[in-house]
Design a protein around this ligand. Structure first.
Ligand SMILES: *Cc1c(COP(=O)(O)O)cnc(C)c1O
Length: 353
């Protein structure tokens, strides 16, 4: 064994969802949006002066921060942007979770949280969701080093009310509470914890362009919080990599945010498809918690989750399966177009006939 091997920072990495390449497949495995980005994004592609790529981009990501601040009616000093919300969450973990006490998050949740905690040497503990996959707020009332949870949760798709979120905030005024709202736009108007921002200076709300805004390929995420939280995150960012956001991302991201009508139309279509899919899945005997996201977490009492996952895969229909305690009977199915869901449901109908 070479001596340097001893000094390597070993870590067990996050396993991203499979990204099969090809055209004749139905990809319902990583919660992407089936619709293209806003038309303004295409226009940027056609008009961008590639000569500008000679220069470094704006390290403060001004055009994008301004567009987000205007859209969400918050100050420009209340918005942090990063390379997908994975980058934003990673910076938030590094910035705010700096205690001997454990950070808390649910046992069934986004599986990146323990990975960041491990690599940054942050102690953590999980709190079990109840038997209906709901968060019990009182589980988060003890002494801790910070809290993070998605709302709606992944992969369960369960939405917790703002009252529940506020209960957790009220009992944790001395640590930062991160609400990961990757799917909040599918939950409905007025359900974001952004409403609580003025009341709680320890609240950080994280969102992304990857799902509701159809731009997973561009890698844009953002956080909103009080100016002190955002300043602290920027100090950490400028200590690692000042130029995180490339020029096309800044310009295309800003255009996407400005087109509210297109955004709302796409989200409404996905919600309508989701509700239809819920009915069809239930009619076939599937069981699932009520989804408030762009995916449905479903199991069937008569079929093994893994068996269904593999049978679908043989037909080039990709869904997500987690071989983990409590959830190994479930499939996480992204809501695609009506046509894609028709193919999926036809498959199930024939398979179960
Ligand atoms: C998809 C997802 C993210 C990360 O998305 P990015 O593409 O990095 O913006 C973060 N949290 C949850 C819960 C997600 O499902």
């Amino acid at each position: 064994m070479k001596l340097w091997e001893d000094k390597v920072r070993r870590t067990v990495p996050y396993t991203p969802g499979e990204q099969p390449q090809g055209t004749n497949l139905i990809k319902l495995n990583t919660n992407e949006n089936p619709y293209p980005p806003a038309p303004g994004v295409e226009a940027v592609k056609n008009t961008m002066d590639t000569g500008r790529l000679r220069l470094y981009p704006d390290p403060s990501a001004g055009v994008l921060v301004d567009a987000l601040a205007e859209y969400y009616h918050v100050g420009k000093d209340q918005v942090f942007v990063g390379v997908g919300s994975d980058d934003v969450l990673s910076v938030a973990f590094l910035t705010f979770f700096n205690s001997q006490k454990p950070v808390l998050f649910p046992d069934i949740t986004y599986s990146f949280y323990p990975v960041w905690a491990d690599i940054y040497r942050i102690p953590y503990e999980t709190r079990p969701l109840d038997e209906d996959f709901r968060i019990r707020p009182q589980d988060y009332y003890g002494d801790n080093g910070g809290i993070v949870f998605p709302n709606p949760n992944a992969p369960t798709a369960c939405y917790e009310s703002l009252e529940t979120v506020e209960e957790i905030l009220k009992h944790n005024r001395d640590v930062v509470v991160i609400v990961d709202e990757a799917y909040i736009d599918f939950a409905g108007d007025g359900k974001s914890a952004l409403k609580l921002l003025d009341k709680y200076d320890n609240l950080l709300v994280v969102q992304t362009f990857s799902k509701s805004r159809s731009m997973a390929g561009l890698r844009i995420g953002y956080a909103m919080g009080c100016p002190e939280l955002i300043r602290a995150m920027n100090d950490v960012k400028y200590s690692i990599n000042s130029y995180t956001m490339n020029l096309p991302s800044l310009l295309m991201g800003a255009e996407a945010v400005k087109d509210k009508a297109y955004f709302e139309t796409c989200v409404a279509k996905i919600k309508a498809t989701r509700e239809k899919t819920k009915e069809r899945l239930a009619a076939l005997g599937f069981e699932f918690p009520d989804s408030q996201a762009n995916f449905i977490f479903a199991k069937h009492p008569d079929y093994e989750g893994k068996e269904l996952f593999e049978a679908l895969r043989r037909q080039s229909i990709f869904v997500r399966y987690f071989d983990k305690p409590r959830i190994d009977q479930y499939l996480r199915i992204t809501v695609g177009t009506d046509e894609q869901m028709d193919v999926l449901m036809k498959f199930f109908e024939e398979y179960m006939a």
